[in-house]
Structures are given as C-alpha cells and as structure tokens.
Ligand binder design. Sequence first.
Ligand SMILES: [Zn+2]
Length: 112
Amino acid sequence: MTCLDARKRIYDYLNHKLSDEDLKEFIDHVNGCNECMEELRITHMVYSGVAELDSDKDSDMDIDGALKRHIADSKFYLMRKFVMKIMVMVVDTIAFWAAVVIFIMQLRIWIL
Ligand SMILES: [Zn+2]
C-alpha cells in the first residue's frame, strides 16, 4: 500500500469501514510509515474532537490513548481473524485425514 492509498483510507479506518484485507494493509503501512501515522494521529484527533463535542462526556480527553487503543483493537481483530483461519485449516486437515483413515480401515474390512 502506498502513502496515497493509506491516506485515502484514514476516514474509512476511523469509521470502521475498511475490509479485512484493506485493514491489514493499512495497519501494516501506518506502523511502518511515520508520516502516515502522523496523518492518522491528526485526523483522529480532529475527528474525535468533533465526536467529543457532540457527546456530553467530560472533555478529559486522552486522544492519543484512544488512537492507540483503536490501533490495538484493529491488531487484535486481525490476529483473531488469522487464528480463526489457522484453526479452520487445522480442522479441515484433521477432517481430511480422518476421512482417509476411515476409508483405509473400510478397505481393510472389505479386503480381509
Ligand atoms: Zn505512508
């Protein structure tokens, strides 16, 4: 993902509108690119500043902390997706070999 791509996705990211694929590339990019991270930080600050004015919450704002949580949540979400994918693969593999073993045992019954 290029810086331009990443910047086009900042709003979508903050609105939780990125697809899993885009989300992963976006997170990878901002983690490795200081300029885009800064852009994200500023956009997030403006964005949550506006959101804060709408709500009647105490304006004891921890915006950087909120962004860190937002990014940490995204990473956790992606990791969960990844683990799920691995688990599905493992279960598929086990199911496949179980079927093979059952088939071989069945063959032995037929042959012996
Ligand atoms: Zn960048």
